[in-house]
Each structure stands twice: as C-alpha cells, then as structure tokens.
Write a protein that binds this ligand. Structure first.
Ligand SMILES: O=c1ccn([C@@H]2O[C@H](COP(=O)(O)OP(=O)(O)O[C@H]3O[C@H](CO)[C@@H](O)[C@H](O)[C@H]3O)[C@@H](O)[C@H]2O)c(=O)[nH]1
Ligand SMILES: [Mn+2]
Length: 757
C-alpha cells in the first residue's frame, strides 16, 4: 500500500541557492581566523587578558565553523498533500499523543483545545486515535476531556462542513469575533456558528467552574470520577479510560479518545515526559497500534488541519529508511517574533540537507517501528533478529520480544504486528483495557529495554534530543515540513523567569547528553551518524558550555578598564574585530529583515540571547556538573502555559499582555549573575570616565575598544538597568542588588591584585 502511494511523488526537494550566505559565512570565518593568527603572533608581548581573549575567540571560531558546516547545503521539502485526497482509503492509521502534567501550570482548557484541534484534523476519523497522558492524575483534566468530547461531536462536523481553518476553538473564535467577519454568510452557517460559539463558551465556563471547585477541594469525585478519589498524585495505580470509542469505524463519528494516567509509586522513577511518552506508546500499541504516532505538548494546538496529510507526504512518499520521523517547527501564537523562527529558517534548513532535523519533542510524527528500536537494515531483512520463526505469524511469548518490550502477551503480539507492518488490526480499544492498565504500570519497564533502546530514552531532561540522536546514529534520516499556515502553534513562556527556567532545563539536558556515551563526537566516530549531522548535534548540545566563554569575554572589557590594560589589538589590528562585529551584526539584522521582522525585534532577540546565555545557561552548566558528580537529581520543571480562553473575548489577534516585554525580577540567584555583570561594567565605565585608572603597567592601557565593549554589554543588559530603578516586581529586589554589589567589589578587588602581582 505504502509503495503504491510512494509512486505518487508526494513531495519535491528544493535546494535553495545560498551563495551569498556561503560567501558571508566564509568571510566571517576568515576574519575570525585572522584574529586568532594575529593574537598568536603577538602573544608574548601581552599578558593574561590577551591570552583569555585568545581562548574565547578560539571557541567562538570553533562554533562558527560548526555553523558554517551545518548551513552549507540547505534543503526544503515541498509537499503535495492534495494528491492524497483521492487515495483516502489507502491512508494509514495515526495515533496522536498529548502529554499534560499539571492542571494548574497547564490549565485544562489549554489541553482541551489541543485535543479538539487534533480530533478535528482533515483525516479519516476512523483512522485516528487521540491519547492523553495526564501525569498530574487530575480528575479535573479527565472531567474537562469528557466535557470536551461532548463538544467534539458538534465541533468536528462543523469544522469539516465549513472547512474551518483553525480548529482549536479558542483560536477560531478569537480570530473570527463576530459573524460578520466570516466568509460564509449563509443563514444556515450563521445559525450553526452562533450555536458553536455558545457551546464553546459553555464548555469553557464549565471547565472554569470545575477548576474553581477543584482548587477549593469541593470537587465531587463520584460516578466516573470515582477512580480519582483517595489517591495521591505521585502515588497511585494506573488509570486508563476510554472517553470516545468509534467502535464501528464510522467516518462521521469522532476519533477514539483515551485518557491515561500511568501508575506512579514513590520508589519507582517515572522519568517525567519520557516516561509518559513510553506509557502512551505502549497503551496505543495495544489499542490501535497505528504505524505512525504524532506527539504534541498540551499547549501545541493544530493550526493547519491538513497537517497529517502533510506529514504523510514525506512518510509515505520516501523510502522508509529516508524518513524515520517528520518534525514540524515549534512556533508560538503569543510570541510570533521569537528568535526560534530564525533558527528554523537558517539552521534547521541546513540540518534538513544533511541527515534531517533533530527531534524537538513536540509536533513530530514518528514511525512506530523506529521508536521500537529498529535499524534501517532490519527493514531489509524483515526484522529477522526479532523472531524465532519467520513463518509470518507472531508468537506472543517470543523470548527476544518479551525481553525487549516487557512481559505483556498482548503487547508483545502488537509489537510483532507493528514490526511486520500489519495494518489490518481491529480498532476496538475497549478490548484491551486490562492489558492497558498492565503496560501503564510503574514496574512494567523493569528488566526490559524501555528507555534504553526502545521508546523515548531516559537520562536527559531533554529526552527529545537524546531520542533523536539515538535514531540518527543508526543511520535513519528524518524529514522536515514547514507548511503555510504553520502546522502547530504553542504557547511561549511569557515571563522572563519561565524563559530562564526552561533554558536552564534545556542546557542542563543537552549537557547531560554531551557528557554521556551519546556525545556527538564519539557517536560520529563510531556509528552511522554523518559527520555534519554530528556537528549539528554538537552545536545544540554546547548551548550551556557557550555561556562560559561569553561570560569571560563580557567581563574582560571591564577587567581591562579597571586595571588599565587591554585585550583588544591597537591599530591596525583593531580593524579585524571591528570588521567581525559590524559584519556579524549587519548580517543577522539582514536575516531578520529578510524574514519580515523589525529592527527592534532583532535587537530584543540579540540582547535576550546575551542575557540568557550569561545567566540561565551558566546555571544549566553548573546543574549539569552537579548531576555528573551525583550531587543533584534530574528534574523537569514544567513551563507555565497561559490561560487561553479569556482571549476569546479580546479584540486583537496579536493581543499580548500589556506587561509583556517588561522584565519581572525576583530573588532568584539567576538575577544576581545578570545584575553583577551589569554592575561590573558600570563600575568599569565610571573608573574610566572619572580618570581613576592607574597608569598602565608596561605597554599600553585600555582604550576606546574596551569602553565600546563595556557599553555594548550594558546595552544588552538594558532591562537590568531599568530594573535597578524600578520598584515592585519589575524592579530588581534590594537583596539581589546587595549580593551583586558584594560580588562586584570582590571582582574589582581581585582584578586589581591579580594585575599588580
Ligand atoms: O513529568 C512530566 C513533565 C512534563 N510533561 C509534559 O511535557 C511537555 C513539555 O513540558 P513543558 O513544560 O512545556 O516544557 P518545554 O520546555 O516547553 O518543552 C520543550 O522541551 C522539552 C524538553 O526539555 C520537550 O520534551 C518538549 O517537547 C518541548 O516542547 C508538556 O506537555 C508536559 O505536560 C509530562 O508529561 N510529564
Ligand atoms: Mn512547552
């Protein structure tokens, strides 16, 4: 069947011309290398600052080499999903996963919108199943899903009948505020539209009321909620409930909807999101066993109803080994000018041209077989290594399968079917409820390969990158799809502190992989990971490390002004760093403008990048070291998602909180680092301006170059400058300022003594 669709030419590869980009990339590389050579040649005439600058610049050059390598051969896929419309009966089933973990940080209405948007995609409903994993084991989440499933029975037909573009109801009613704004003005449509809006408002009020009751412990846990009574959230049996079941496989019914809260016991590690994903993979394997699985975070709603067809163009239109998974970009509805967009544009396109994009955790379609640990050559020899007998039948007590996949006969049988590519599996989830409880158990994985070779891998807070590299190192390729309108939109963290917490988790997570047996260098040398793909992973996994040279470089200018020394060359050598600075900034600015962003958004992102690197990522680095030394445990702090339903009454698509863009500070030590960096620069600049510098010890003293660098750092940390003068939550707390003053004094003192000795 798949081979049949393969002949349709479902996509085309486009190799964008990037000569200008290559020339500029190489020019910057040439300038960086010249600077290094210049420094090396004159090293003996200079002191410590010169040497430290050389080390930092060597690192920057190394990173730039990686960037140039990754971006050298970009690739874009153009898909033709309309070709699949005539072949609907041949389309394969797809299991869709949503993970949620906390009904407060991730309000149920957010999850409900994501689930509704998934259930309403333009794909045969009898081939879809939606599984929601609730790590919070919250009756509120379950209740909200049950209510949502009632609304879905009206919403899905409405979306399909009128070809609604955005099928997350909050977003739909937010963008189409009144009936007069809609394209279809027929009387029938108007009536249905009004009804739908009322029904959605009823649903969101209902969930909101339930949330209030839940918060005040006034939630009635009887009837279908009885399973949730008398349980602790981190200590409870598995709860699996089928909310909707399309028993007859009807096209005009809703897709299956299944709620799963895997078993949690204090003595068993649960591995956060990776553990939740593995429970989803097993339960869905039993119940529907679709050959493809989509996973999204609870805030990532479907924004383009043809997303499954888009993914199928690459998954069915390529040879299996050329497409292990299809990743869609993670874009945000509340922060459209995020720097991530730029990363997608220029870096991800590069990886697409190598071995394929990295797995980013959300908005990704996986081939089930690949997640089950298959190698590309297993496809050629029909998974022979897994089966005792290749008689076409699958034994449910096959030793190898039981050892790898755990001790559930039903599940092992389903694995056998998945590996053999059987698709004629009956779709009756309710037949497997008992087995589903078993595979969602907290001890199920013991002794098996789950988390090690099978499923989402354990051992990093960024389980997505770890799982991704394990797939690529077997030699699989992956596909990338970036349709217009965007396939998924999520909720970007809106406060600085949430951004920082998320960044700490990410940089810790990737460093955990960098310091493990999966580090890209050894993996490139010993496995099927392509050299340039290894570089792409290295670029990703060194985010936390990059904070150190950047931090040193930023403090160097202050150090030099305070001690009246220099780290920048004097004429004519100074023209090299000037050229690098000007060229790099104009280049990134040009890239922003080319995608349609403003100069302002370029600057905000540049400065945020500096702030995050020098504060959050340093903590990520420290965290990773502590974990390596066994002094700290892996945790997963969930990012707060904003309530979305209130926005249904707001008047502007881009309506962002009026305080957005302002920085809220608290007493977290992270802000001590940022404040100290700023104060050090200010003290240095004051020393220079007030003429308090000592005469230089031998050679020349600091000059305009150092002052310029310090001013630049101050400009990057401008939100902190404002924070110094503001009160309340937008001001830096006094205790933080005191700590920073103490650290700054220490820095000044140490600088002075280090320079005189
Ligand atoms: O114990 C847990 C913790 C988290 N989650 C879910 O994991 C998802 C991601 O959590 P979030 O707090 O939103 O983290 P982000 O940093 O926004 O997530 C990004 O980064 C993660 C890796 O750090 C990836 O797994 C995600 O897919 C990717 O979107 C959410 O749906 C959570 O509900 C769980 O299911 N169980
Ligand atoms: Mn998220």
């Amino acid at each position: 069947m798949a081979t049949d669709l393969y002949s349709l030419h479902l996509y085309e590869k486009i190799f964008p011309k990037n000569t200008t980009q290559r020339v500029l990339d190489v020019t910057i590389l040439f300038l960086l290398s010249s600077l290094l050579v210049y420094r090396l040649l004159s090293l003996q005439h200079h002191g410590f600052p010169w040497f430290l600058a050389l080390l930092c610049e060597s690192w920057f050059t190394f990173i730039w080499v990686i960037v140039v390598t990754i971006r050298w051969t970009p690739l874009v896929y153009k898909t033709f999903p309309q070709l699949l419309l005539q072949r609907v009966q041949d389309l394969p089933p797809v299991d869709m996963f949503v993970t949620t973990a906390d009904p407060v940080l991730e309000p149920s209405i957010v999850t409900v919108n994501t689930v509704l948007s998934l259930m309403a995609v333009d794909y045969p409903t009898n081939k879809l199943a939606c599984y929601v994993s609730d790590d919070g084991c919250s009756p509120l989440t379950f209740y909200a899903l049950v209510e949502a499933s009632k609304f879905a029975k009206l919403w899905i037909p409405f979306c399909k009948k009128y070809n609604v573009q955005v099928r997350a109801p909050f977003k739909y009613f937010q963008s189409v505020l009144s009936i007069t704004e809609t394209v279809d003005h027929s009387w029938e449509f108007q009536q249905e539209w009004k009804r739908m809006k009322e029904e959605y408002e009823y649903l969101s009020r209902n969930i909101e009321d339930a949330a209030k009751k839940f918060a005040s412990f006034d939630f009635d846990l009887s009837g279908e909620l009885a399973a949730f009574s008398n349980i602790e959230h981190q200590n409870h049996p598995a709860i699996v409930k089928i909310i909707c079941e399309n028993k007859e496989g009807l096209l005009d019914d809703t897709p299956h909807l299944v709620y799963i809260s895997r078993e949690k016991r204090p003595k068993h590690p649960h591995y956060y999101k990776a553990g939740a994903m593995n429970a989803l993979i097993r339960v869905s394997g039993l119940m529907t066993n679709a050959p493809f699985m989509l996973n999204v975070d609870c805030d990532m709603f479907v924004n383009n109803p043809r997303v499954v067809n888009q993914a199928m163009c690459l998954l069915l239109g390529s040879k299996e080994k050329d497409c292990a998974f299809v990743q869609f970009p993670q874009l945000f509805h509340n922060n459209p000018s995020d720097s991530l967009v730029l990363m997608y544009e220029y870096v991800v396109k590069g990886t697409v041209g190598i071995q394929g994009p990295l797995f980013q955790g959300s908005g990704c379609f996986h081939r089930r077989k690949v997640i089950y640990g298959l190698w590309p050559n297993d496809i050629e020899n029909e998974c022979a290594r897994y089966f005792n007998s290749v008689n076409g039948e699958v034994d449910d007590d096959d030793e190898i399968l039981v050892k790898e996949f755990g001790n559930s006969k039903e599940f092992v049988k389903s694995v056998g079917h998945a590996l053999k590519g059987k698709m004629d599996i009956p779709m009756n989830p309710s037949n497997y409820l008992d087995a589903a409880h078993q595979v969602a158990g907290s001890a199920y994985e013991y002794g098996s390969s789950w988390g090690e070779n099978v499923g989402c891998l354990y051992g990093s807070a960024t389980e997505d990158h770890l799982t991704g590299i394990a797939i690529h190192k077997k030699g699989w390729r992956s596909g990338y799809c970036n349709p217009d309108p965007p396939a998924f939109l999520g909720c970007a963290p809106s406060s600085l502190i949430s951004v920082i917490i998320q960044q700490i988790r990410w940089s810790t997570g990737v460093l955990e992989i960098l310091f493990s047996k999966n580090n890209p260098i050894s993996v490139t040398l010993t496995t099927n990971l392509q050299f340039r793909q290894g570089m792409a992973y290295l670029w990703n996994f060194t985010w936390g490390l990059r904070s150190i040279p950047e931090f040193c470089y930023a403090t160097l200018s202050a150090y030099c002004i305070i001690t009246n020394s220099n780290f920048l060359p004097k004429e004519p050598g100074i023209y090299i760093p000037i050229a690098i600075f000007v060229m790099y900034n104009l280049y990134t600015l040009f890239e922003y403008i080319q995608i349609g962003f403003s100069v302002r958004s370029w600057w905000v992102n540049q400065s945020m990048e500096r702030i995050i690197t020098m504060s959050a990522r340093i903590f990520g680095f420290i965290n990773a070291i502590l974990k390596l030394l066994g002094l700290s445990e892996t945790t997963f702090e969930i990012t707060r998602k904003d309530l979305v339903h209130d926005q249904s009454t707001s008047s502007d698509d881009n309506n962002i909180d009026e305080n957005a863009g302002k920085f809220a500070f608290d007493e977290s030590p992270i802000f001590v680092v940022g404040t100290t960096i700023l104060l050090v620069q200010l003290v240095a600049l004051a020393t220079g301006l007030l003429g308090l510098q000592q005469p230089p010890v031998g050679g020349q003293g600091s000059g305009l170059g150092e002052v310029f660098c310090s001013v630049f750092v101050v400009l990057c940390f401008w939100p902190f400058v404002e924070g110094l003068f503001k009160k309340g939550k937008y001001g830096i707390p006094l205790s933080t300022i005191y700590k920073s003053v103490a650290l700054t004094s220490l820095f000044v003192y140490l600088s002075k003594i280090s320079y005189t000795v």
